[in-house]
Unconditional design. Structure first.
Lengths: 636, 238
């Protein structure tokens, strides 16, 4: 027992922090219907402010903590309430993209502020220890756990017994009725976001000494929060806190063994998501009803322009793709990579646009495809190897589509994010994946060994993928999928099995992404763990796809081309890291702007709304169809 | 005392109410009737502030409340019970009643709510969404006694409910009128509405076509003819 005890105490400490963060996440979700993917980066920003006040300007830590927590919470209470009020009414795809975008932007802010290298974050709580039995326990650990318990317990009591708490529980069900009882929805939601952000900030400051001031690492706090929140079924706060403790302890215990057992190496990082994934599969479906989905828009944007406009756009795209090698010179490899990403984006758009499902693990599919290709190459003809790689990913896609059947919207996004992190943390280093080898050979075919020839080959695959995506969108499957996104019950009434259709489209989309991944390897000739950093890239893909859809006239291919260019090509031309970070900030702002535009809030009306925050969000004011992005586009 | 003067309101680009003036005074029972799509629900939503008054005025107790927000109007004593969903389904009956009390008076809220509808006593800890339709409507109506309003607006009080329950609801409405609360009822089914009210407004195509005592409106047949005439005019003009 004494060998376990230190790990348990360590785990309880970090678990209390996860529990606080997760409770904040759940509170905001329960009151606004928005799962805030930027919760972790909010924590990171709080740690940054604390570091600036305490470590750089010598302010006593209690004051620094108070200012960081209250300051951030006040700002978020005002700003996030406005953002969330809009996000609650847009399709999940857009709202997920918006908070993911916000997360990317906030993380970039930390990088701009403190540079990309993580800084040492000195411990500020008393570091003296006392003996509990035979184990040394730090006072800082006791204080951390106590803060966690007090914070979550007082919030649970408030939710249960105070009028504000009752209003917070009621508002997500019927904000209109709440305002009819004389309680302002604005003040209720603001308070919820205030508390939620304060909790994120507290957890960020408490965990920073053990992680360092590292924007990316602190942002991952949201991941532990998701796992803990899943244990509380995204609703029960005390259970959520206990969930945090469970995840903390299990992670700490797995660190004890990860040194000796190969299989447990990525376990501490992957564990929260194993929990999340398992909970999403085993929890009764009625507990996972998406909050506020009743008030979400179901309108599916219709695309303008007929066949002629469409083919002229395709011609422009084709010309752009064809002239690239003759104008870009030494940058060609990057454009080839962008073309391969175009395939992944097209596969993602099939999923996002036609069936309104969201996947945050498409890069994982690409990685599996690339690996399959590595193993196949040499033994089968090159083109066949690419196609088989896609086929190998097909059953993986089917596996992931099991939660896709049960879950909708944001829960599916969470499950796919969980899968992506799981594969990256647990399996990338295994010998059946990338293993210890720094690079695995992925050669180009003999008939297209030059960079130019290979570029055209990839473009050929893009064309085939595009034709396939269009065929699916226009065919019976596409029609069923759009109808499914629009009115699933009506579809069931027609006698169609909507479960199998969502599985099929998920599998097809995964297979296409796998093919895209297979094509990435030969650009460099080798692949390794670092070629496929799944999580950040998968998140970026979604945000970029949404951003690409901002311009209505761009169409499917146009949206994907814009996204691929922004993801791969632009960063290659920008050598300054700071500028790249600023671009990320812009991405985030853009993702939020897209969601706002969907609700028909142009810049002028948005400013007006900010001035009169009490004005009701009238659900009956139909959003302007004109500003609907072609995210979910119906082909003519 | 609540008044709407020459109110124009609508959704998005479309105008539904075209200059409607109505008033509800203390202890007065008022009905608004009209065919489908006449603008009855729009009218009630405009009174309570869920829809802005585009032109005209909303006056509560002699004070201009045209630009007030929904919760401010509610606090000023206007209690709107929306059609079919006047309760928070996920909260318990007790929590619903406490919330109905608004920012004050929640201490005695449950007691007062139960005194009006004692049937709800044994369901206090039950989720409101699991109650029967009639019980949910009673819970919704308990807001009237809990929140202490001066005017009550009810949208489709009897829709989808059993006749016995409808009678009970109208008994309750009669009681609160006699206590000095103004009540405005919007109904598609006119029998109850006409029997209940001392003043009737007939709404058609977003405008009032009748305002006066129910007995002067004539028989139900005549009322239906009125509806039909409107439809004919409408089809002639289009």
């Amino acid at each position: 027992m004494t060998t376990f005890l230190p790990f348990i105490i360590l785990g309880l400490t970090s678990g209390a922090v996860y529990g606080v963060a997760a409770s904040g996440l759940v509170l905001a979700y329960r009151t606004s219907g928005v799962i805030n993917f930027a919760h972790g980066s909010t924590a990171a920003v709080a740690a940054g402010i604390f570091y600036w006040l305490h470590d750089e300007h010598g302010m006593a830590w209690p004051f620094a903590a108070l200012i960081a927590v209250l300051g951030l919470a006040l700002v978020a209470g005002a700003v996030m309430e406005r953002i969330a009020a809009v996000l609650a009414r847009v399709p999940t795809t857009l709202s997920v993209a918006a908070t993911v975008g916000l997360s990317i932007a906030l993380t970039a802010v930390i990088v701009i502020w403190y540079g990309p290298a993580p800084l040492q974050f000195p411990s500020f709580l008393p570091s003296s220890t006392f003996k509990l039995g035979s184990v040394l326990v730090g006072y800082d650990q006791v204080i951390t756990v106590a803060i966690g318990i007090v914070a979550v317990a007082s919030m649970s009591l408030m939710l249960r017994y105070s009028q504000r708490g009752r209003a917070m529980r009621a508002i997500v069900e019927d904000p209109e009725l709440l305002s009819l009882t004389g309680l302002s929805g604005y003040s209720v939601r603001s308070l919820a976001w205030f508390i939620s952000t304060a909790f994120a900030a507290i957890s960020g400051i408490l965990i920073a000494p053990s992680l360092g001031l590292d924007g990316t690492l602190l942002t991952l706090l949201v991941i532990q929060s998701f796992g803990a929140a899943a244990i509380g079924a995204f609703s029960n706060l005390p259970m959520t806190f206990i969930g945090g403790l469970v995840i903390g302890v299990l992670s700490a215990l797995s660190t004890k063994y990860s040194g000796t057992n190969d299989w447990l190496q990525g376990m501490p990082q992957g564990l929260p998501f194993i929990v999340l994934f398992v909970m999403l599969i085993v929890l009764p479906r009625r507990l996972l009803v998406e909050l506020g989905s009743a008030v979400q828009e179901r309108t599916i944007g219709r695309v303008t322009g007929g066949r002629a406009a469409r083919s002229s756009k395709a011609a422009v795209a084709a010309i752009l793709l064809l002239i690239v090698p003759s104008v870009v010179g030494a940058h060609l490899a990057v454009y080839t990579l962008a073309a391969a990403y175009l395939i992944i984006l097209l596969s993602l758009s099939l999923l996002v646009r036609t069936s309104n499902q969201i996947s945050l693990c498409h890069m994982t599919f690409a990685a599996i495809g690339a690996l399959a290709f590595h193993h196949l190459t040499g033994s089968v003809p090159w083109v066949l190897a690419v196609l088989i790689s896609g086929l190998i990913v097909l059953p993986v896609g089917l596996l992931i589509s099991i939660p896709a059947i049960r879950l909708s919207g944001v829960y599916l996004a969470l499950a796919t994010l969980g899968f992506g992190i799981l594969v990256e943390q647990l399996f990338y280093a295994r010998s059946f994946m990338f293993g210890d080898a720094l690079s695995l050979a992925t050669p180009r075919p003999s008939f297209a060994s030059g960079p130019k020839a290979y570029y055209y080959l990839v473009v050929g695959f893009v064309v085939i993928t595009y034709i396939a995506v269009r065929a699916i969108e226009q065919g019976r499957l596409g029609r069923i999928l759009r109808a499914r996104a629009d009115a699933p019950e009506a579809l069931t009434a027609l006698g169609l099995n909507i479960r199998s259709t969502s599985m099929i489209v998920f599998a097809i989309s995964a297979a296409m992404a796998g093919m895209g991944g297979a094509l990435i390897g030969p650009i460099f000739g080798v692949i390794g763990q670092s070629t496929f950093q799944t999580v950040p890239t998968s998140m970026l893909l979604v945000v970029l796809l949404v951003l690409g859809s901002r311009n209505r006239s761009a169409g499917t291919l146009g949206a994907c081309m814009i996204a691929a260019a922004a993801l791969v090509v632009v960063p290659d031309y920008i050598t300054s890291g700071t500028l790249q970070s600023w671009l990320n900030v812009l991405f985030g702002a853009g993702a939020i702007e897209v969601a706002f535009a969907y609700r028909g809030y142009g810049l002028s009306s948005r400013i007006k709304r900010l001035r009169s925050p009490g004005s009701p969000i009238a659900p009956d004011q139909p959003s302007s169809r004109l500003s609907v992005p072609i995210l979910i586009e119906a082909p003519k | 005392m609540l008044e709407l003067r020459e109110a124009v309101a609508g959704y998005g680009d479309s105008t539904v109410l075209r200059g409607v003036s109505i008033e509800v005074s203390a202890g007065q029972a008022v009905s608004v009737v009209g065919p489908n799509g006449a603008g009855k629900t729009t009218l009630i939503r405009t009174i309570c502030g869920l829809l802005p008054v585009r032109s005209g005025a909303r006056i509560i107790d002699g004070v201009d409340a045209t630009a007030q927000s929904v919760h401010a109007i509610a606090r000023a004593g206007v209690c709107h019970i929306p059609e079919g969903r006047g309760v928070f389904p996920g909260l318990s009956v007790r929590d619903n009643m406490m919330l109905f009390a608004g920012s004050d008076g929640k201490r005695t809220a449950v007691e007062r709510g139960l005194s009006a509808f004692p049937q709800l006593t044994k369901h206090l800890n039950q989720r409101a969404g699991s109650l029967s339709g009639g019980q949910q409507q009673m819970l919704a109506l308990s807001r009237v006694v809990v929140s202490n309003p001066s005017v009550v607006l009810i949208d489709e009080a009897s829709l989808g409910l059993a006749p016995v329950i409808v009678d009970e609801i109208y008994d309750f409405l009669g009681r609160i009128v006699s206590e000095g609360i103004g009540v405005l009822v919007v109904e598609q089914y006119v029998t109850h509405a006409l029997r209940f009210a001392s003043h009737v407004y007939v709404l058609q195509r977003g405008a009032l076509v009748y305002s006066g005592a129910p007995n002067e409106l004539g028989s139900q047949e005549q009322l239906f003819e009125r509806y039909l005439e409107g439809d004919l005019e409408q089809s002639r003009s289009t």
